[in-house]
Design a protein around this ligand. Structure first.
Ligand code: GLN
Length: 548
């Protein structure tokens, strides 16, 4: 078979960061995927970290994990949620990875006799990398999102590689994302876009398509101006307006005719219809759900930075859409719960409680209080990674009577280390990429809530942790009624635990990472069903104990 000629789309942001390049990239990819093309996104991040595994979520947002264990930027979560497919770690290119590679090669003598330069060595490495990812994944189209903003020192050499690639191939499109501010309603300013395009042109790149963000919809007048000043035909200037949900963007871009522009430039079949019916249906369930809103509390540590829990939030969005309900999230700072005597004051209005993953001691006791409240009041509960470990700590303390039980992450001297270091973690001294990472198999016990949710015995979910439920305490916990519903088949690590009396399921893997709009995480769907029933049950429900 002749080798497929992969096409490339580069998406770069100008003027400022935070314009939602990841969502635009995912939406454009969705329009192509909906026409049957195999699409693969790549993200370039200019920082010199090899990956973002060692970055603080406060600074950088959530660390996303792929099946193969690569720790990546949270944009990968968006790609996977939109495209409903798992991506390989090779799709993530960072400044750190590139330089590590070049220096390793130099030390091996692969450039013997030459001085190693940004051009052609580094740019060559980049071009090979993106083309190889296309080949390895049999891609029809590779989308390359360039992190940061055009003009940043960090991404200059990467854009230069893209310029060269554009020059060498005839099947490439360059999309520039810009921002059009308004001084007052109806007074849109296109000058920043004009200047940003000049900056791009000074790097030798002429955008084929411009997509704009703004406060209101893009005015025709602004579109004309952008076209005239930026050398882009009017029909290739598109609007990325404020939307009720990010999942609506593919539909909005489809209506504006983005595909036609791409098809012309890439030599694709212009008349090919998109199949977005199912997508449309799901999006309407988010925008106009039929059922009453469900209030879910996320009790966390990074609640001031919503991006730190973006996959958790999205998994809840998917779950709520699956039960046709609107989602209302309450962000609750765990350390605040530590200060109040009766957490019902804060938690009573909620139909469900989530304790997400996390590291470090701050807020731990607040999270344990929230879990105890959920268990005692039969409020539907989901725990994720640290959420599972704390569910076990709470159960050990308050049901099994193991006073001061804890995880050794928070108290090395606890008399009951019910959560302890994974054996393989004992010897590790390097921080980067050394956790238990990526997809592991989990075997579910028949008859449990987890088994009911997944409807199968063997599942695979993604991990990112150093601690586990201490096997020495499993018998005791089970004797006292905690259900261990999922274990790793080889070394018996507790992967899922649940309560018997009410809906409470906690997982060592981050099940939120694989939840997608088209295939919501099964536990999140069951959780939402339980949340919906929580106040609707005619029997004496916990709602009454809150005096509601
Ligand atoms: N800090 C815990 C551990 O390392 C939980 C990690 C997490 O929630 N991702 O095991």
């Amino acid at each position: 078979m002749p080798e497929k000629k992969t096409k490339f789309i580069v998406i770069a942001g100008s003027i400022m960061s935070g314009l939602g390049k990841g969502i635009v990239t995912s939406s454009v990819a969705k329009l192509l995927q909906a026409r049957g093309y195999i699409v693969v996104p790549i993200k370039f991040d200019g920082y010199l970290n090899v990956d973002c595994g060692t970055m603080n979520p406060f600074r950088h947002g959530e660390v996303f994990v792929l099946d193969d264990g690569t720790e990546v930027d949270m944009d990968f979560g968006t790609y996977e949620r939109f495209l409903n497919k798992s991506l390989p770690g090779r799709c993530s290119i960072t400044g750190g990875k590139l330089f590590q590679r070049i220096i390793e090669k130099e030390r091996k003598g692969e450039y013997l006799g030459r001085d190693v330069q940004f051009v052609p060595h580094l740019t060559g490495e980049i071009k090979d990398w993106v083309q190889n990812v296309g080949r390895e994944n049999d891609a029809d189209i590779v989308l390359i999102e360039v992190g940061g903003t055009v003009g940043d020192l960090e991404s200059g050499y990467f854009l230069e590689a893209m310029r060269q690639l554009y020059f060498e191939r005839d099947n490439m499109v360059f999309i520039q994302l810009t921002y059009v501010p308004s001084l007052s309603i109806g007074e849109q300013k296109t000058k920043p876009t004009q200047q940003a395009t000049r900056l791009l042109q000074s790097l030798g790149i002429q955008p084929d398509i411009i997509i704009t963000r703004e406060q209101e919809n893009l005015a025709d007048e602004s579109k004309k101006k952008i076209s005239t000043y930026c050398n882009v035909p009017e029909e290739a200037v598109f609007d990325d307006p404020h939307l009720a949900t990010v999942y609506e963007l593919p539909l909005v871009l489809e209506k504006q005719g983005v595909y036609r522009q791409l098809a012309r430039k890439l030599g694709l079949d212009e008349g090919k219809e998109a199949d977005l019916k199912e997508w449309h249906k799901k999006v309407s369930r988010i925008i106009e759900p039929k059922e009453r809103p469900l209030k879910i509390a996320i009790v966390g540590k990074y609640t001031a930075v919503k991006d730190a829990y973006i996959s958790v939030r999205e998994a809840l969005v998917h779950g709520a859409a699956a039960v046709n309900s609107r989602l209302e999230i309450g962000w609750i700072e765990a350390s605040d719960l530590e200060k109040i005597y009766d957490v019902a004051e804060v938690l009573a209005p909620y139909d469900g409680i989530v304790v997400p993953g996390g590291f470090g001691e701050r807020g731990i006791e607040g999270k344990i209080k929230a879990i105890r409240y959920a268990r005692e009041n039969k409020v539907p509960f989901v725990g994720l990674c640290l959420g599972l470990q704390l569910m076990v700590v709470e159960y050990a303390r308050n049901v099994c009577g193991l006073e001061d039980a804890n995880s050794t992450e928070f108290n090395k001297k606890t008399p009951h280390p019910v959560v302890d270091f994974l054996p393989e973690q004992q010897q590790i001294s390097r921080m980067g990429g050394t956790m238990r990472l990526g997809a592991y198999e989990c075997v579910l016990k028949k008859g449990t809530m987890a088994h009911k949710a997944y409807g199968e015995e063997k599942i695979s979910e993604r991990h990112r942790h150093r601690y586990e439920v201490n096997p020495e305490y499993v018998k005791k916990l089970e004797e006292q009624g905690l259900v261990i519903s999922g274990v790793h088949p080889k070394n018996n690590i507790v992967e899922i635990a649940e309560w018997k009396e009410s809906f409470g399921v906690a997982t060592q893997p981050h099940i939120e990472l694989k939840s997608r709009l088209e295939t919501p995480g099964p536990i999140f769907v069951e959780f939402m069903k339980a949340a919906k029933n929580y106040r609707e049950k005619p029997s004496k429900s916990a709602g009454e104990t809150h005096g509601e």
